[in-house]
Design a protein around this ligand. Sequence first.
Ligand SMILES: C=C(O[C@@H]1C=C(C(=O)O)C=C[C@H]1O)C(=O)O
Length: 120
Amino acid sequence: MTEKTRRFDPSASSLAGEVNPAVMEELLSVRGSIDNIDATLVYLLAERFKATQRVGHLKAEHKLPPADPAREAAQISRLRALAEEAHLDPAFAEKFLNFIISEVIRHHQDISQNHSLRDE
Ligand SMILES: C=C(O[C@@H]1C=C(C(=O)O)C=C[C@H]1O)C(=O)O
């Protein structure tokens, strides 16, 4: 744990002192789960980007294009179905995946450019 994460105050709230203490207790308890989920999301995203960076280097080495639209279409269709099963809004799941993929493609373009500059 770093100094910054150690300094996180899980009870920080604009509602402090304005809410019934029992309600505040329940709110903080649920927020504890939200904090754990958010931490997990960060770790999951870090692992996903580690994997996509490897794909980016592989594509650059073999002169493959940064984006793979057919792969993306298959992923989006699968994720939408998974979201429906999980009672998550499929439109939100699609938007979220597209947001991540567009960042990955930007990384792949950078990797490809650096790779070509290196070979010049
Ligand atoms: C990671 C890849 O590159 C791009 C990013 C994708 C992703 O983040 O899942 C999927 C397809 C590609 O447009 C890949 O081709 O596998």
